[in-house]
Design a protein around this ligand. Structure first.
Ligand code: ADP
Length: 425
């Protein structure tokens, strides 16, 4: 599960980088293509104005006779030098004449200079023109200023179709890239997966092996404590008590580690049965009420009159309730711990509310991490290892539910667990 998420994350990163490269290459190609077309057309335009000018001087014929309008869609416009007198005008006949004249300021103002103009006609169609300007020389005197226009819009519209193809091809490449990324991500996490597996097996084996000697030691320590025939000094009696408590702590730690390791290895068996939640909660709260009493806290139960029947694992659900209620008691100095359960939209909603020390917003994000404790000194004194909530989370996930925490302004925290009443199996 964890590695599946990691693999997905890596695949997304690989695909993202690959997509960026594809987009950059495709954009680069389009820009390069457009640039080379424009450079070529500008050069041709330069050649054309020079050629048309020379021809005019030689033959006296006006540049760009009508046939070239049909073929190359070039338009000529000639002015008498030094005045606004129009010697020749093909622009007025064009469908975008008005727009071309409106852009007059943008026409080239230097001889043999070529510029490109973009304009929109009344139907909002985009037109791209390149304009070149030159002087037609008759001997040493200027006979006319010649402007030549050429419509390049077709390139643009043809390129649009090509861009669609390029985009489709890019999408195809990105999909292939995602497939390759998924494969590579799988390969790159394989050694980590193996290492993790070995480490998990080690934790599981070590916890398992430690259980028996710890149980034996616990029984032995209890036996010695209860041996009233032997006279122990006060020091030995105290040491025995400390030993017994530490063995109990170790036992709890080993049990928690084993539970987590089994779950990680996917061998944790969760047998489902019909559980009467009202009874389960009453029993669990009953057991823990002694702890609450010892700390001078009130433990209150709020259950609806209806029976809440859930498909789940009785032992694991009991463990979940124990962790949450035990924490509420551990991290409260006074007040009431309220545990409630109700049915809401086909869900069982369990709330464990306390009036204790609360949890900072920054810590809320982390309390479900293994071995995370907000106040290490305090939780050690309370006997915690920071493994309760991670186990609670796993139990909730095994029951396809959710767990969230609210830290209340007035102080205290509230853990809310939502479990589906009918699980999908
Ligand atoms: P622990 O065994 O240390 O209690 P948990 O995993 O159960 O470990 O909890 C992790 C940390 O979250 C605790 O150390 C504590 O700081 C904080 N915490 C859990 N429950 C509560 C609560 N009801 N009120 C305040 N803090 C809590």
């Amino acid at each position: 599960m964890m590695f599946d998420k990691l693999r997905l994350k890596l695949t997304i990163i690989y695909t993202g980088i690959f997509s960026l490269l594809v987009v950059m290459i495709v954009t680069g190609c389009i820009i390069l293509l457009g640039h080379s077309v424009l450079t070529h057309e500008k050069q041709q335009m330069r050649d054309l104005i020079i050629h048309e000018g020379e021809e005019y001087v030689e033959s006296g014929e006006l540049p760009v006779s009508n046939h070239s309008i049909e073929v190359g869609r070039e338009l000529a416009y000639m002015l008498k030098p030094g005045s606004d007198e129009v010697l020749h005008d093909q622009v007025s006949g064009s469908p975008v004449a008005q727009q071309l004249f409106a852009l007059r300021d943008k026409w080239p103002n230097q001889d043999r200079k070529v510029k490109w103009l973009t304009l929109r006609d009344a139907n909002d169609r985009l037109w791209i023109y390149i304009v070149g300007r030159d002087q037609i020389m008759d001997g040493t005197a200027s006979a006319a200023t010649l402007y030549m226009f050429k419509d390049l819009s077709d390139y643009y519209y043809e390129e649009q179709g090509e861009v669609v193809w390029l985009v489709l091809m890019s999408l195809f490449f990105i999909c292939c890239g995602a497939g390759i990324g998924y494969y590579l991500a799988g390969r790159s996490i394989k050694p980590i997966r193996e290492m993790f597996k070995r480490q998990r097996e080690f934790v599981a084996d070590a916890s398992h092996e430690l259980r028996t000697p710890l149980t034996v030691m616990g029984i032995a320590a209890e036996g010695m404590e209860g041996d009233t025939d032997s006279k122990f000094s006060e020091f030995t009696a105290d040491t025995l008590k400390t030993m017994r408590m530490e063995i109990k702590r170790m036992n709890n730690l080993v049990a928690a580690l084993l539970s987590l390791a089994r779950n990680d290895a996917g061998v944790a068996e969760v047998r489902l049965e019909q559980v009467n939640f009202n009874v389960l909660l009453e029993q669990t709260a009953g057991t823990l009420s002694i702890l609450a009493q010892q700390k001078g806290l009130k433990l209150e139960l709020q259950l609806p009159p209806e029976r809440l029947i859930i498909w789940g694992n009785r032992l694991r659900l009991e463990q979940l309730l124990t962790i949450l209620i035990d924490n509420a008691i551990k991290y409260s100095l006074s007040g009431t711990v309220t545990v409630s359960a109700l049915r809401h939209n086909q869900q069982l909603v369990i709330r464990v509310d306390d009036e204790g020390i609360g949890i900072d917003a920054a810590d809320i994000e982390r309390i479900f991490e293994r071995f995370y404790r907000v106040d290490k000194a305090r939780t050690r004194a309370e006997g915690g290892f920071g493994l309760g909530l991670p186990i609670a989370k796993i139990i909730v996930e095994q029951h396809q539910g959710t767990i969230e925490v609210e830290s209340k302004k007035a102080g205290g925290s509230c853990f809310i667990v939502k479990l589906p009443l009918t699980m999908q199996r």
